[in-house]
Design a protein around this ligand. Structure first.
Ligand SMILES: [Zn+2]
Ligand SMILES: [Zn+2]
Length: 444
């Protein structure tokens, strides 16, 4: 993660100076990089130049960079195409999950099943006799175990029970009901700067994870919008999360890891070097095939996945309001700010009681740091999300497009917003008190 915010500097604006490139007046803040909204000078702070040892190393790095450039261009093009499609159809419209992704997932599962059966048959001595087929069988079984479809394990850490948090569960249930989504089985509170929803385990438990650093930064209605987005994933037709396709993606990731050729085999004996070379060539071929398959899967999911994210944003806006849904997206840009506060706090000396100066003021400090981010820095982060499309993971559309979607294709205002009033918010706050203490300890 890149931290652009300087952790030591105090907030406060210095007098304006002109942009060195276009001369427009700049607003300068000591906490954040200075940039020019008019010509985008210093939009992304410069990275230090790398020194290469040989010309060949430099050429290789340049080739890799060109390939990366090209990959980004392709992702950016697709991302913008998905935006145009969803904007034209309206976020409420549900597209069918792609048949091709289902078929491809079937192929992956079929390969896994074949390896398992073959391993079983070889180990049992049904195909050929002797130690070699049996050894191969055991190897195939081991591979089958590694690439098996995984259902995920239910979270135990930080789980709040219904009895311990009736007000929070009440709110979450109300959001589920309003969206026509099934109710969650458990809510876990974590220290991540995010929130997530997932279905795990054999019994397909529906789990909501609330990251406190994000939650604490949001206003009451932004919290409603955040829950609307996450629980919206139950009803937005997100093909990536299904059991069939989701587990196939996980299997592919495992296949890729297993078949990655290793460069170093640590031996100087010619026979071993030869054998390792042959094995690596074979692995390389399989690895390329796996990567091609994973790339195809990625492209198939990009459209349905990003469309699902826009729909979840639309559901959030419909449940709370467009400004609240926007507020959540802007708050999510605060990750560097959270990181800077944590770095500063971790540098404080430990108190005699053993802990660092405490939980309660950590949350106040985080909220304060987020509240005092100047508008020019928020604008810079939104603009930077445009430059970085394709550089970060493509599971979510870039923030600038998500904001633009809320503006250009807002959901219909056909219901009164779900209001989290001060009384209930306070009850939830009290239920989270113990979690706040625990998470603060974990973070510091
Ligand atoms: Zn400028
Ligand atoms: Zn989402």
């Amino acid at each position: 993660m890149s931290t652009t915010e300087s952790p030591a500097a105090a907030p406060g604006a210095a007098p304006a100076r002109p942009c060195p490139r276009c001369g427009a007046p700049l607003s300068v803040s000591e906490r954040f990089p200075t940039w020019c909204p008019a010509c985008e000078w210093n939009l992304l702070p410069e990275q230090p130049a790398v020194q290469y040892r040989t010309a060949r190393a430099r050429r290789r790095a340049e080739r890799a960079e060109r390939r990366e450039e090209e990959r980004r261009r392709v992702v950016r093009e697709r991302t913008e195409k998905v935006f145009r499609l969803v904007a034209a159809e309206g976020p409420e419209r549900r597209t069918a999950p792609p048949v091709a992704a289902f078929a491809l997932a079937g192929l992956v599962h079929l390969v896994s099943l074949t390896v398992l059966l073959l391993g079983g048959a070889l180990t049992a001595g049904l195909v050929g006799a002797g130690w070699f087929p049996r050894g191969l069988g055991v190897l195939a079984l081991a591979v089958a175990v590694l690439v098996r479809p995984r259902l995920g394990r239910p979270t135990r850490d930080g789980v709040l029970t219904r009895e311990a948090a009736p007000a929070l569960y009440g709110l979450v249930d109300q959001v589920s009901d309003a969206l026509g989504a099934p109710r969650v089985d458990s809510i876990a509170v974590s220290g991540r700067f995010n929130a997530s929803f997932g279905v795990v385990g054999l019994r397909r438990r529906r789990e909501l994870e609330i990251g406190l650093p994000l939650w604490e930064m949001l206003t009451r209605q932004q919290r409603v919008a955040l829950l609307g987005h996450e629980l919206g994933h139950c009803v937005n037709g997100d093909s990536r999360r299904g059991l069939w396709t989701g587990s196939a993606v996980d299997s592919l990731v495992e296949w890729e890891r297993l078949t990655r050729p290793s460069a170093d085999h640590g031996s100087r004996r010619p026979m071993i070097i030869m054998a390792a070379f042959v094995a690596n060539v074979l692995l390389w071929v399989v690895n390329r095939a796996v990567r091609a398959l994973a790339g195809l899967m990625f492209r198939l999911h990009l459209r349905s996945g990003q469309a699902a994210e826009y729909r979840a944003d639309g559901l959030a806006a419909r449940l709370a309001s467009v400004p609240d849904a926007r507020g959540v997206l802007v708050a999510l840009l605060n990750e560097p700010t959270v990181e800077a506060v944590l770095v500063r706090r971790r540098a404080l000396p430990r108190q005699r009681s053993g802990g660092r100066s405490g939980g309660p003021d950590l949350w106040a400090a985080l909220a304060e740091a987020a509240r005092t981010v100047p508008a020019s820095e928020t604008a810079r982060r939104v603009r930077a999300s445009e430059r970085e499309v394709g550089a970060v993971d493509a599971s979510h559309p870039p923030t600038y497009l998500r904001l633009r979607m809320l503006d250009t294709a807002p959901p219909p205002v056909d219901r009164a917003p779900l209001v989290l009033d001060a009384g209930r918010a306070a009850a939830i706050e009290a239920e989270l008190a113990a979690s706040r203490e625990r998470v603060a300890r974990e973070l510091l």
